[in-house]
Design a protein around this ligand. Structure first.
Ligand SMILES: [Zn+2]
Ligand SMILES: [Zn+2]
Length: 150
């Protein structure tokens, strides 16, 4: 993902921040800027983490991110071979955000942790090769076996 192009920043302050947090409210975030990428991921990690067929994510440039509250952090070696750190609330257990050791400039939040989850507009499905027949996502979305080349 090192070649991700960042959206034009000139209008960023005029956009409404993306706000959200965990179910109990102990962890909150506020993000200025538009997502670099929005995806549904069907890898096994996301299945286990979500308790269902996939995770849904918005990934932002880290510079627009503010967060508060003490998250519990858990490092996991992803299918990609890179370490990702999952941040979840120790009180309510909600997964809230993710960071990646190999990509320190990005910050990923779970779509349903947004105060307004309707702002999630998935662009693609990743790790479709791991998907289950019962986890039926929008067939119009491009589906990648693993991660797309970026
Ligand atoms: Zn919580
Ligand atoms: Zn995944």
């Amino acid at each position: 993902m090192s070649e991700l192009r960042y959206p034009d920043e000139r209008g960023a302050d005029m956009n409404k921040a993306y706000t959200g947090g965990c179910a109990c409210g102990a962890i909150r975030f506020e993000i200025v800027g538009e997502p670099l990428v929005s995806n549904d991921c069907q890898c096994r990690d996301c299945q286990r983490m979500s308790g269902t067929g996939h995770g849904s994510y918005l990934t932002f440039h880290r510079k627009g991110v503010k967060h508060s509250g003490e998250a519990k952090l858990w490092d996991i070696l992803g299918d990609s071979g890179n370490v990702k750190t999952r941040a979840f609330c120790p009180a309510c257990g909600s997964p809230v955000y993710l960071t990646f050791a190999a990509m320190p400039d990005v910050f990923t939040v779970h779509a349903a942790s947004l105060d307004d989850p309707s702002r999630f507009k998935p662009q693609m499905v990743t790790y479709g090769v791991r998907g289950h027949a019962w986890d039926h996502l929008d067939p119009a979305l491009p589906k990648f076996d693993k991660m797309p080349p970026m």
